[in-house]
Design a protein around this ligand. Structure first.
Ligand code: ADP
Length: 669
């Protein structure tokens, strides 16, 4: 049961953020734009309202001034029809003045500029009076029109202006003078502008040069945010009604809105960043997890050990590829199965069942066990299985985990080793036979040569007819002794090669040397070598096989004599030294010759079996000597003789045990 994770990444990690970021930015932009737009709309609305109100006010003023003008023209026409005298006209003027407070005064000038009726005793300033009291003679009934003058300061009143308007009185080309009305500029604003409008707006009467003639600011000064200019058309005079709203821009609501929007946006950005961080963290964790899973899957797949998981009922829940390969069944065929399993060998069914029962009881050995599985092909596979409980993350056991090792190769290797060991045994046997044979061949040479020379001597005596009984007996006894020696050699070699405990005894070195002395003498005579024995007076005994040690000594002396064959006769001396080493307290024997010495390349193989520089040599002597010495717990070594030649030296541990059979050491010279 394997899980495969597809490593399907986004084409570009950054791009998938573009859309949400765009949407959020759009949302934020809309949020910010909305209050701004609302404010803008409100401002527009206020401006439009102001324009409409100003228009209405202008119409109202215009209407009132026209009406006054009409009334005055009516009085004028009655005057010209001689229907009313001056006092009645004045009375009518006063009535008009009473009802319209914006009018300062009304005067009727006669044709010569004299005042026929006036609502006030105050004199008209001379400048205006001269203009208004006369009428241009070119004006006739048809082109006669009311005309108004540019506002002029009101005498004796500060910052007050008067607007004078003249109504000429002409009928049937006859001039009757003119009626002059003066309006207070301030009065027009205060009387003709409704209070509700004045409350919300600062109103001014200005000319084209923006000179202010009147101003009304009942509700306070205008804020210069919403303003409007409306022309006030008076006959032959153009003034402007300037309105300036006391209202400022709509602020509080939009500020609150903007603040809310900013806060909301910050919150949104923060939560988006948090979401981003969280997603990135999750992505990183996912990547790490995926890597882990890939690594683990790769690990499981490349394992050579089979892995198998089972639940508490023994149902297979997981197997790795190595296990499938081992038993030859695909995972799909065995996952979910309960025992008996298809890979159980029929002959071991009982064993499996028993072990399975023990497994369910929880008594499985931790050290593993060997058993046999049956491959799908029917082949038997020896396996080594380790079972362990499968513990989940809460510490509860959910089943069993087994690792299965195919030990076919191991078994084959073990079998091979066993067979090789047997073969080795056989060849060792053969080798020891060979060793015995070669040793015997080597060691028996000397006694046989001695026997041969003794018997040849005896035969020579007999042939010569000299029957010297004692001489003959001595030769035959010596030959007999050598024959016995040969027998000893055969036994010793046999024991030695079989590595059985040889018959060791406490041996005096002097005894040993004395027994080989005749043979060494014989060798020396043949090689024309002078012998020098330098033997220590008193030495402790050694525990040894005497015959073996004799052979060692004979081998070393023979090699030494053979090495001196080319040495001048005067120098052909062989020294044999015995003694006790001060440092090691071992006994030593040195065989010192003046022969050709040992070159380095020869020294390297000196002790190898069958190594020889001699044409007739067997190359076994030194090998046997070293084995024999080491067999006695000693050491064999060689060094160059400073006078020329070689020194062979062997050391043996002294035997110091208090044994009853120990012989008294004898002195020797
Ligand atoms: P073999 O005497 O049959 O050749 P050994 O094992 O006794 O076999 O000796 C091996 C070789 O060691 C000899 O062939 C010889 O070259 C060398 N050798 C042994 N002893 C001496 C010695 N005293 N001086 C010089 N060479 C020696």
């Amino acid at each position: 049961m394997r899980t495969f994770y597809k490593t399907q990444a986004w084409p570009n990690q950054k791009w998938r953020w573009i859309l949400p970021i765009l949407l959020v930015s759009l949302f934020l932009a809309t949020l910010i734009w909305l209050p701004w737009q609302a404010q803008h709309m409100e401002a527009n609305e206020r401006q439009e309202q102001l324009i409409a109100d100003t228009l209405w006010v202008e119409q109202a003023i215009q209407f009132q001034l026209n009406r006054t003008d009409e009334t005055l023209k009516q009085i004028g026409s009655e005057i010209m029809a001689h229907r009313i005298p001056a006092d009645i006209a004045l009375q009518r003027f006063r009535t008009l003045l009473k009802n319209n407070h914006e009018i300062q005064r009304i005067v009727w000038f006669g044709t010569n500029g004299e005042v026929l009726a006036s609502t006030s005793d105050l004199s008209i300033p001379p400048q205006e009076s001269s203009t208004l009291s006369r009428i241009d003679p070119s004006i006739n009934e048809i082109n006669s029109r009311t005309r108004c003058l540019q506002p002029a300061p009101e005498p004796n009143v500060k910052n007050a202006y008067l607007i004078y308007c003249q109504i000429p009185l002409i009928k049937e080309n006859q001039h009757f003078g003119s009626i002059v009305i003066s309006y207070r500029a301030t009065g027009i604003l205060e009387e003709l502008v409704p209070w509700w409008f004045a409350q919300d707006n600062e109103i001014s009467l200005v000319d084209a040069d923006e000179k202010v003639y009147a101003n009304r600011a009942a509700g306070g000064a205008g804020k210069n945010v919403y303003t409007h200019n409306r022309a006030l058309e008076l006959p032959e005079l153009q003034l402007f009604l300037h309105t300036n709203s006391t209202k400022s821009e709509p602020k509080l609501l939009s500020n609150l809105l903007v603040l809310t929007v900013i806060l909301l946006s910050l919150g949104l950005i923060w939560s988006l960043a948090a979401l981003w961080r969280d997603i990135n963290r999750r992505l990183a964790a996912e990547v790490a997890l995926r890597q882990q899973v890939t690594f683990r899957t790769a690990m499981e797949n490349s394992l050579v050990t089979g892995l198998r998981a089972r639940d508490m009922e023994g149902r297979l829940t997981y197997v790795n590829p190595a296990f499938c390969r081992m038993i030859g069944y695909p995972a799909e065929q065995i996952i979910g199965r309960v025992p008996p399993m298809p890979y159980w060998a029929p002959e071991a069914l009982h064993e499996y069942q028993q072990r399975f029962t023990r497994l369910l009881e929880g008594t499985v050995p931790a050290e593993g066990f060997e058993t046999i599985y049956q491959h799908a092909s029917g082949k038997r596979i020896p396996v080594l299985i380790y079972e362990s409980p499968l513990i989940n993350e809460r510490g509860q056991q959910t089943g069993w985990m087994s690792s299965i090792l195919d030990i076919s190769e191991l078994k084959r290797a073990q079998e091979l080793t066993r067979q090789q060991e047997e073969k080795l045994h056989a060849s060792a046997h053969l080798a020891s036979m060979g060793e015995i044979a070669s040793m015997l061949a080597h060691e028996l040479n000397q006694p046989l040569a001695a026997i041969s020379s003794y018997t040849t001597g005896a035969i020579n005596l007999l042939n010569a007819g000299q029957v010297d009984q004692s001489l003959l007996k001595s030769a035959l006894e010596k030959a007999n002794k050598q024959a016995q020696r040969a027998g000893h050699i055969i036994r010793s070699v046999h024991e030695f090669v079989k590595k059985r405990e040889p018959s060791r005894e406490a041996v005096q070195l002097s005894d040993l040397i004395h027994s080989v002395m005749p043979l060494v003498d014989l060798q020396a005579k043949t090689g024309q070598v002078t012998l020098r024995w330098e033997l220590a007076a008193i030495l402790p005994p050694v525990l040894a096989d005497k015959v073996l040690l004799e052979q060692v000594l004979l081998n070393l002396t023979r090699n030494a004599i053979e090495a001196m064959q080319s040495t001048p006769l005067a120098q052909r001396t062989l020294r044999i030294r015995t003694g006790l080493d001060d440092a090691t307290q071992n006994l030593f024997v040195e065989v010192i010759d003046r022969g050709h010495g040992i070159p380095t390349e020869v020294a390297e193989q000196l002790f190898s079996p069958f190594f020889s520089t001699k044409s007739t040599g067997m190359g076994m002597g030194l090998n046997i000597c070293r084995t024999a010495i080491e067999f006695h717990g000693g050491q064999l070594s060689h060094s160059d003789n400073p006078l020329g030649g070689t020194i062979f030296r062997f050391e043996l541990p002294a035997y110091r045990a208090t044994q009853t059979d120990q012989k008294e050491p004898s002195t020797d010279g």
